[in-house]
Ligand binder design. Structure first.
Ligand code: NDP
Length: 339
């Protein structure tokens, strides 16, 4: 069975480095899947902070490039050379799938056959968008970057954001004491509702927050900090770690962390890791393992996804996601409704 696939499609492209306005809608060829790839008709995609790093030039890509890395949609073409079946399920034409693949601000997207999975029964397609980057990233951080254990004290920065809210829930699910930081009372309330035991406001003085984090963590500091804020929270992290703790720095919302000497780690024998999601899901086995881990936890109801807002799939809609997420006014996931 085949579905009529057009020759061209609408897609958001970045043709020069700059502000949100450099995201422009173009009519481009529908991508041609390789023999081992699927073609997906995109229904929903979502904004991620990384969209801003790419179009502002912090992360360097060859121009022009297409934006986006979350896909929820329907399989319209199967791979020619493979039977697309993994522990996550079998893929068929017409099947609704979720997939963390790039160039997703478009009407069609291609994915390696093994990097797409059937949307589990009972999961809203809009929640499938959060599973792609946000939840897989949080899952990788608490399993591989620092393996969170029962009784650990962990600190989650930007706790009401897309990744932050899932980290709070995963921390609680794993039995850790979750301490969080965020910028407003409303965000603090949300972080608490999602598993944080204590939430501190970044408007308080750093000295006060350090003192409170140490008090909350047996006077010894946290076992790990999960920090997507970057520059602004970097120095404070060193003051709230316990001996042999792990600083997981996974983003640059306030700017990248500065270069530093390993000697900076020695007073507390600290570890620093700077993970990104994609190496953790670079093979069929690795993707299937992490995705199954995450979807099993979702199926238990231990992770719920928050949506900030649904945006239209227009030039203005996509630009607005980037204005909003960098403006610090968002919580949870920013969705883009493609079709
Ligand atoms: P968020 O929804 O968390 O939005 C970013 C948040 O960062 C803001 O809401 C704000 O929270 C906080 N923030 C602190 N300082 C600033 C600032 N100067 N400007 C803007 N925001 C600031 O985004 P995502 O969930 O998409 O991503 C969170 C972080 O995780 C990002 O740094 C992102 O790059 C990173 N990430 C990394 C991945 C990886 O593979 N390494 C994958 C996915 C995300 P508050 O107001 O509470 O301070």
């Amino acid at each position: 069975m085949s579905t009529a696939i057009p020759k061209t499609m609408k897609a958001i492209q970045v043709e020069k480095i700059g502000g949100p306005e450099v995201n422009v809608m173009r009519q481009v060829p529908v991508p041609q899947p390789k023999d081992d790839e699927l073609l997906i008709k995109v229904e929903w995609t979502g904004a991620n902070y990384i969209d801003n790093y790419r179009r502002s030039g912090l992360y360097k890509l060859d121009l022009p490039f297409m934006q986006g890395q979350d896909v929820v949609g329907t399989v319209v073409q199967l791979p020619k050379t493979t039977n697309p079946s993994t522990v996550l399920g079998e893929l068929k034409i017409g099947q609704r799938v979720w997939s963390p693949v790039g160039s997703s601000f478009a009407e069609y997207a291609v994915a390696p056959w093994w990097k797409a999975a059937p949307l589990p029964d009972g999961v809203d397609p809009r929640d499938g968008v959060s599973m792609c980057t946000v939840a897989l990233t949080a899952m990788a951080l608490v399993r591989y970057s620092y393996a969170v254990k029962k009784g650990d004290y962990i600190l989650v920065r930007a706790a009401a954001g897309g990744v932050g809210l899932v980290l709070c829930q995963l921390g609680k699910y794993l039995g850790a004491h979750v301490i969080a930081t965020t910028s407003t009372e409303a965000k603090a309330k949300l972080a608490k509702e999602n598993g944080a035991e204590a939430v501190l406001l970044t408007s308080a003085s750093s000295e006060d927050n350090v003192e409170e984090i140490l008090r909350l963590s047996e006077g010894r500091g946290v076992h790990a900090v999960f920090d997507g804020v970057g520059a602004d929270t970097w120095e404070e992290n060193f003051k709230v770690m316990r001996t042999n703790g792990t600083i997981v720095t996974f983003g640059n919302a306030s700017g990248p962390v500065p270069p530093f000497s390993p000697l900076k780690l020695s007073p507390k024998c600290l570890k620093v890791t700077r993970p990104t999601l994609f190496p953790f899901i670079a093979t069929p086995e690795d993707f299937a393992k992490l995705a199954k881990d995450m979807t099993d936890i979702v199926a238990q109801g231990a992770i719920k996804f928050a949506v900030h807002k649904e945006y239209p799939f227009t030039e203005e809609g996509v630009q607005q996601t980037q204005i909003d997420i960098t403006g610090r006014g968002t919580t949870g996931k920013l969705l883009i409704h493609v079709s």
